[in-house]
Write a protein that binds this ligand. Structure first.
Ligand code: PLP
Length: 361
């Protein structure tokens, strides 16, 4: 079997999507499934859709195009605003885009006009994490401008927290977003606007007791894919954490000292932390490097420890020698998942398919 590879259990993804969709539905919140950590995998998108997500979103136009080509029919949202020069491709594959700049809206309008279609825009509001979003004081003005722009409709507003600065989404920000949605709704007659409260980091708030106000959508990637809450990186109750597994073969396993010898400068990836000598150990090399995964984000089997990594080698300490060719399985965090799914060196393999679903369908 080809390795390195990432094994994907679609039934775990479907399960996680269904649990989150069900829990959030009780709070009046729908789920947009986010596929960007999976290179826009159509199989994974379809598993999310079977689990009940109503829309799919991705940050990359290439991924949305792949989803459309693979026959994914639900509305698609472009999560990262397109540069104006990509507007034509954006309107061709996406139903709506998250935007925060009026010039981008103009470019989307021109592109949509050429195709005689209307493109939805969800205007992002900056609520403190300092990534995308217009400042609150300017929202009404830009919304007015959008509402007067032909070939686009103001589909709603949204915000994104936690990703850049780790700002925790909570009651204060969601109340502010709700109030803004009310204002926009009244001023510009947007009926039933989408109010997209954020990403997986919003789940603790969304599944808590506080009123959700007008927030009616969350964009969820990590929570569905890995079953964990990104703010604390702890498992979400009732979700599966085993949807993904990276597998790679051993290429050397030898007894070696723990201390390097010779004059030392920097390693290939910068300064190497000093280590204490622990005598001789079994050092096992796996054919998996920084080009394949984030080595800080992989968890080896019990008893194995990651000692270091370079472009192509993962250095493990193992309790005993492991025969060359033996495959070692690793759990992955979000960073390792993203790298593995987007690396040309890591094959994707679907496992444990639910009954009645053929691979690649
Ligand atoms: C990546 C992203 C998401 C999804 O984030 P997760 O933490 O994976 O749930 C949502 N919204 C935007 C704008 C994003 O870029």
């Amino acid at each position: 079997m080809i390795s390195p590879r990432i094994e994907v259990d679609l039934s775990a993804i479907e399960h996680n999507a269904r649990v989150l969709v069900t829990r959030l539905a009780r709070r009046g919140i729908s789920v947009t499934g986010v596929t960007k950590a999976t290179l826009g995998s159509p199989d994974i998108a379809k598993a999310m859709i079977r689990g009940g997500v109503t829309r799919i979103a991705d940050s990359r136009i290439d991924n949305l195009e792949a989803l459309r080509d693979a026959g994914v029919r639900v509305p698609l949202t472009l999560l990262r605003a397109p540069a104006p020069q990509w507007a034509d491709r954006a309107v061709a594959c996406a139903t709506s885009s998250l935007v925060s700049d009026a010039d981008v809206v103009d470019a989307l309008s021109a592109a949509a006009g050429k195709r005689a279609i209307t493109h939805g825009v969800v205007f992002m509001v900056e609520l403190g994490d300092l990534r995308e979003g217009v400042m609150v004081a300017d929202l009404v003005d830009v919304a007015r401008r959008v509402s007067r722009t032909r070939h686009v409709t103001l589909a709603g507003i949204g915000t994104n927290l936690a990703c850049r600065s780790g700002v925790v989404p909570g009651d204060d920000q969601m109340k502010e977003l709700s109030a803004l949605a009310t204002t926009i709704g009244i001023r510009f007659g947007v009926s039933a606007p989408l109010v997209s409260g954020g990403n997986s980091a919003n789940l603790t708030w969304a599944l808590g007791r506080a009123p959700v106000g007008k927030v009616n959508d969350l964009r969820l990637g990590e929570a569905i894919l890995l079953g964990i809450d990104p703010l604390t990186r702890t498992p979400i109750e009732g979700l599966r954490q085993d949807a993904f597994c990276v597998v790679a073969p051993v290429i050397e396993s030898l007894e070696k000292p723990t201390e390097p010898w010779g004059l030392r400068g920097q390693g290939a990836f910068g300064a190497v932390a000093a280590s204490r000598s622990r005598g001789t150990i079994v050092q096992t090399l796996v054919a998996l490097g920084r080009q394949d995964v984030d080595p800080d984000g992989v968890t080896p089997p019990v008893g194995f420890h990651v000692l270091g990594a370079s472009s192509d080698h993962l250095v493990l300490e193992t309790p005993a020698r492991v025969a060359a060719g033996t495959e070692v399985r690793f759990a992955v965090n979000y960073s390792a998942l993203l790298r593995a799914m987007t690396s040309p060196f890591v094959a994707e393999r679907l496992v444990h398919l639910p009954a009645g679903v053929a691979a690649g369908s």
